[in-house]
Design a protein around this ligand. Structure first.
Ligand SMILES: NC(=O)c1ccc[n+]([C@@H]2O[C@H](COP(=O)([O-])OP(=O)(O)OC[C@H]3O[C@@H](n4cnc5c(N)ncnc54)[C@H](OP(=O)(O)O)[C@@H]3O)[C@@H](O)[C@H]2O)c1
Length: 262
């Protein structure tokens, strides 16, 4: 019999589903059989929120969307509680919402530092704390944190985003140690992925299309990644095939980090 992944009957929660990587994660988890709860700051009537619902329901799964700012202290807990009320359980959580706050070490001010740490570091901890009591009752439960390749190496002017993302590697380790064996915790470190967030960075160059071609050439696979490719890894991590994967952060970068050339 061919290997297959069937996540039917399981419930996933994904933050940041109105754009970018979160859309691909929600799509692939629904395709594999999960009901999916998703959030973003946009209201439930927005085109992006309705797109999320229609993607999930298009696979015959239940969708729940809640307008939520995960960087607000009670945001993650409110979203978890509302999702459990709506969908009944939780087996998979992907803490994905984030934003590339790109400054310099000297240019970064206090407000930028705190905004980045609240969203790109603390919000993942708060979501984990809120989800754990329900997750531990689930099946093959996993808490996935979307870090970044910036956690391992960075570029000038990408501070303090890289600092927050590096902290998420340690966060996944602590969660794995303290939540095992009930819940696994795994980090993702995507490289360049084709999203509105990625486009904002290409847009900072005089020739965004030329910069994009240059970046693509630096990838052994010859291109940047897609949100669905990150979603596929989440499906694997949610499956029984990943029962021995915990406490690590997985680099998904098309081989970019293997390239020492310019
Ligand atoms: N794209 C890349 O190359 C790349 C590489 C490595 C890691 N990542 C990481 O992947 C994650 C997603 O990035 P992306 O490129 O997909 O970004 P994106 O295209 O800008 O999308 C970000 C998503 O997160 C949501 N979001 C942002 N701030 C939020 C908040 N405070 N509360 C709730 N939702 C929020 C946005 O929804 P609303 O606008 O509706 O709030 C949107 O759905 C981030 O953690 C990012 O650091 C991205």
């Amino acid at each position: 019999m061919a290997l297959s992944i069937d996540l039917g009957g399981r419930v996933a929660l994904v933050t940041g589903v109105t754009d970018g990587i979160g859309v691909g994660i929600a799509r692939k988890l629904a395709e594999a059989g999960c009901d999916v709860a998703g959030c973003g700051r946009r209201d439930a009537g927005s085109g992006q929120a309705r797109r999320f619902v229609s993607i999930v329901e298009g696979f015959g799964r239940r969708a729940f969307y809640a307008e939520t700012d995960v960087s607000e202290r009670e945001g993650p807990r409110g979203f978890v509680d509302a999702s459990v009320d709506a969908l009944g359980r939780l087996d998979v959580v992907v803490s994905n919402a984030g934003r590339n706050v790109f400054e310099g070490v000297d240019g970064c001010d206090e407000a930028q530092w705190h905004a980045c740490m609240e969203l790109d570091l603390a919000s993942h901890w708060r979501l984990g704390k809120a989800a754990y009591p329900t997750l531990r009752q689930g099946t093959d439960s996993v808490f996935v944190i979307n870090s970044s390749n910036h956690a391992y190496s960075t570029l000038p002017g990408c501070f303090p985003y890289n600092v927050a993302k590096a902290g998420l590697i340690a966060m996944a380790q602590s969660m794995a140690l303290e939540w095992g064996p009930d819940v696994r915790a795994v980090g993702l470190a995507p490289g360049f992925i084709d999203t509105p967030g990625g486009d904002r960075w290409f847009g900072t160059f005089d020739d965004p299309a030329g910069k994009r071609r240059e970046v693509e050439r630096a990838h052994p696979v010859g291109r940047i990644g897609t949100p669905d490719e990150i979603g596929g890894v989440c499906v694997f991590l949610a499956s029984a095939y990943a029962r021995f994967v915990s406490g690590t952060t997985i680099l998904i970068d098309g081989g970019h980090a293997a390239n020492m050339g310019w």
